[in-house]
Design a binder for this molecule. Structure first.
Ligand code: ADP
Ligand code: MG
Length: 735
């Protein structure tokens, strides 16, 4: 990508971006926030309002006021300009049925996308070649248009068109857009499929799906016979599933000459894809991009969250109209920035114009996600708080300013200890340039990097390491084994994983009895592969048959799959919330059983929203858990495990949990810390755990999170003899 950007040339055009606004007089705004803010935010969340509007609708702005509004500011240095390419508009005027105005407008819009001019050429190339690599700037129309072109050209008459996305949100959002453009109901001709959510039907001919879901489809249909085209989109992201898909689709393309493969990417380094796919031709879609000014901070910023907030406000009061896109690392950060921005702009009345805050992250309810695409009302400014999803997967129109703190969450894995953690890491140069590019889609843009140009040049790697080289492979190995691929070492990986990580995965699956000593899939392994879950969770479920508590265990598995958003703790009612939460822990049953108690109590109230409210529990999370549970129940039927309940025998339930998670066991030390049993490491019980004060001698945990320390989250007490009983081959040498 660097060649397109030519970073060096304009470095001397130094121009200070210095502003007259000041940081809001409240040094510890994070803590001293309006005590009701969180409760209000929650209530707004409850009633499904996502647009938080501040200030006044009065558009009049007088610059003198700004000094009185905020007190602190950040100095930026304009360092370079990313050259743009001249926009070209297509002025095709066609007669389209005037009845359906929206549809016509959408059809017109389709023709303004850069890809439109290459439609016929592209279709010709698809006809001629089996595999094509497509490269084009984000927003050029690859994801939304190509599947439609293929449909218009008749490919859907021979089978479905699949288009894979690395992210759930992108699959949902893009399919919604395409169904609109085609004037059909989402889930009919155009649908999406993501884990635990299948929005497709018999009619579906264009199917957007996560790369992980297509991977799972190989289990039921190893030659993908029902598809005529597979488009592996956002290939540059190199997610684990995308990398595995590469190997699988390349393989089936050899015995299915009728299957068309499109590999599409937003970055220019397409040669690697082309080489991998036996020199497949590269189809380049010249993008349309306006110049983007890059501003760096003069000095490193200690707190990028605070710096991002100040920069948003700085832009809001000093820069001409245009929306802002802020890249943050995850839901928690997004929520924090959302709250603080809300707080700082509250009560400013006519001093500033309206600022519409739009968060977007994977767990945000679908209907709220759509809001980021709504046009900004005149006189207002939208600020989109997004994760990496907005880097290339989603194009949001109207963005003129990008704020890039330079970080993202990256999974890293230590094959020696088998520990996996999500850590906040600096992004790569390639990512930084993608992010900057998001501001120059509809006009000249500006990108504010919250780091120095020295940091950019010297501290950022050129590219992100593919996920396959930094993750636990147990899940993938199980999937490949169940596809009958035994020789993993010689699997055609684009970039092979470290052999240590492969071995570790095999070892783990063997310990879980998913593989036998010859590395072949066992009956347990075959059953586990049916569940779209981490092997430890699926083992826990399969083991529940033996302990006759499958009903309870699938509830626990569903609750664990929701993540961390079950309990709600408003700042002004923390004591109430904590008491409500402790109720579920009565008898120090441990966090897993507490989750089960939450689910069962909710079920007893006939899934009451009021009950959730009274118990400080997020009703949305519960509904999602219920959804997931329904699907797990369906899968239980498939693997022929009867649903039976054994709620009074907590030890049975805990044994089932241990059957899946014995790798995650830890023993209390004299100093009050814990040591993991297999690869001794010092860990602690997370303060949110019901067992944090109790400190049982032996525990099994769901996951490790590294914040200030290595914390075990979701912890349950364990009897050491269970380890030997449940995993004798793993623990036989232990005391
Ligand atoms: P690419 O895949 O090449 O990055 P897309 O096909 O995703 O491009 O986007 C093409 C256009 O469609 C963009 O202008 C984008 O704004 C618009 N678009 C995509 N998804 C949506 C949506 N959910 N709502 C509104 N517009 C959308
Ligand atoms: Mg795309």
């Amino acid at each position: 990508m660097p060649e397109a950007y030519d970073m060096g040339e304009n470095v001397n055009q130094e121009k200070r971006f210095s502003v007259a606004i000041q940081r809001y007089k409240d040094p510890e705004a994070k803590d001293k926030m309006n005590p009701f803010a969180e409760q209000e935010a929650w209530e707004e969340h409850q009633i499904g309002k996502s647009k938080l509007q501040f200030g006044s609708k009065d558009r009049k702005r007088s610059s003198d006021d700004y000094q009185y509004v905020f007190e602190d500011s950040i100095d930026f240095v304009k360092s370079s300009v990313i050259e743009g390419t001249q926009p070209e508009y297509n002025s095709d005027q066609e007669d389209i049925d005037a009845k359906d105005i929206l549809k016509r407008e959408l059809q017109d819009e389709r023709k303004t996308l850069p890809i439109y001019k290459f439609r016929d050429e592209l279709l010709k190339a698809v006809e001629e070649y089996q595999v094509i690599v497509i490269v084009g700037e984000t927003g050029s129309g690859k994801t939304t248009q190509i599947p439609q072109y293929l449909h218009e050209a008749g490919y859907t008459a021979k089978g479905k068109v699949a288009c894979t996305q690395p992210r759930r949100v992108a699959a949902m959002s893009v399919s919604a857009r395409v169904s609109q453009e085609m004037g059909v109901k989402l889930g009919h001709e155009v649908g999406y499929s993501i884990r635990f959510e299948d929005c497709t039907s018999e009619k579906t001919i264009i199917k957007y799906m996560t790369d992980g879901m297509l991977l799972r489809e190989f289990l039921g249909e190893p030659d993908l016979a029902s598809y005529s085209v597979v488009m592996v989109d956002e290939a540059h992201e190199r997610t684990l599933s995308t990398d595995i898909l590469f190997g699988l689709v390349k393989d089936i393309s050899r015995f299915r000459p009728d299957l068309k493969l499109l590999i599409s990417s937003a970055t220019l380094d397409a040669e690697k894809f082309s080489d991998y796919f036996d020199s497949a031709p590269i189809f380049k879609i010249p993008g349309r991009r306006y110049p983007v000014e890059i501003h760096y901070t003069k000095a490193p910023e200690a707190d990028y969250i605070d710096a991002a907030i100040v920069t948003v406000l700085q832009i809001h009061v000093t820069q001409p109209p245009g929306d802002i896109l802020v890249f943050l690392t995850g839901q928690e950060e997004i929520e924090t920035v959302d709250e603080i921005l809300k707080h700082r702009t509250r009560g400013l009345g006519t001093k500033i114009s309206e600022l519409i805050i739009c968060p977007i992250y994977a767990n945000l309810p679908t209907e709220l996600q759509a809001k980021i695409f709504e046009p900004t009302p005149e006189g207002a400014r939208k600020v989109v708080l997004a994760t990496n999803i907005a880097e290339t997967s989603l194009t949001i129109d109207g963005i003129k300013y990008v704020i890039d703190p330079g970080f993202c969450k990256i999974k890293s894995y230590n094959p020696r200890t088998g520990m996996e953690s999500l850590l906040i890491n600096p992004i790569s140069k390639a990512s930084a340039n993608q992010r900057a590019g998001r501001s120059g889609r509809t006009g000249p843009g500006k990108c504010f990097r919250l780091y120095t140009s020295y940091n950019y040049m010297h501290d950022l790697e050129d590219n992100t390491v593919p996920e396959i080289q930094r993750t636990n492979l147990a899940n993938v190995v199980l999937t490949l084994k169940s596809l009958g691929i035994h020789d993993l070492v010689n699997f055609d990986f684009m970039d092979p994983p470290p052999s240590e990580a492969l071995l570790k995965a095999l070892e783990q699956l063997f310990a879980l009895s998913a593989l036998n000593s010859r590395g072949e899939l066992t009956k347990t392994g075959r059953r586990m592969a049916e569940f779209p879950l981490d092997p430890m969770l699926s083992k826990m479920i399969v083991a529940s048959e033996k302990y006759k508590c499958s009903d309870e265990v699938i509830s626990i598995a569903s609750m664990l799959s929701i993540g961390n958003s079950i309990f709600y703790r408003p700042k002004d009612k923390q004591v109430h919330a904590d008491n409500a939460r402790l109720n579920f822990h009565t008898g120090n049953v441990g966090d897993h059983i507490a989750l089960l108690n939450v689910y069962s109590s909710w079920k007893e109230t006939d899934y009451s929203t009021q009950w959730c409210y009274e118990n400080y529990i997020q009703v949305r999370s519960m509904k999602r858990a219920r959804d997931i549970r329904d699907q797990l129940e369906g899968l239980m039927e498939r693997v022929e495990i009867e649903i039976c309940s054994n709620a009074s025998d907590l030890d049975a339930i805990k044994k089932a949990i241990t059957s899946g998670f014995f790798h995650h066991s830890a023993r209390l030390q004299r100093d009050g810390t814990y040591k993991t049993v297999k690869n001794p490491q010092t860990v602690h019980i997370h303060p949110s755990s019901g067992l944090a004060e109790i400190r049982p001698r032996w525990v099994v945990y769901h996951e490790l999170v590294l914040t200030t320390k290595e914390f075990m989250r979701q912890v349950t007490e364990l009897k050491p003899e269970w380890l030997v009983e449940i995993a004798p081959h793993y623990y036989q040498l232990k005391d």
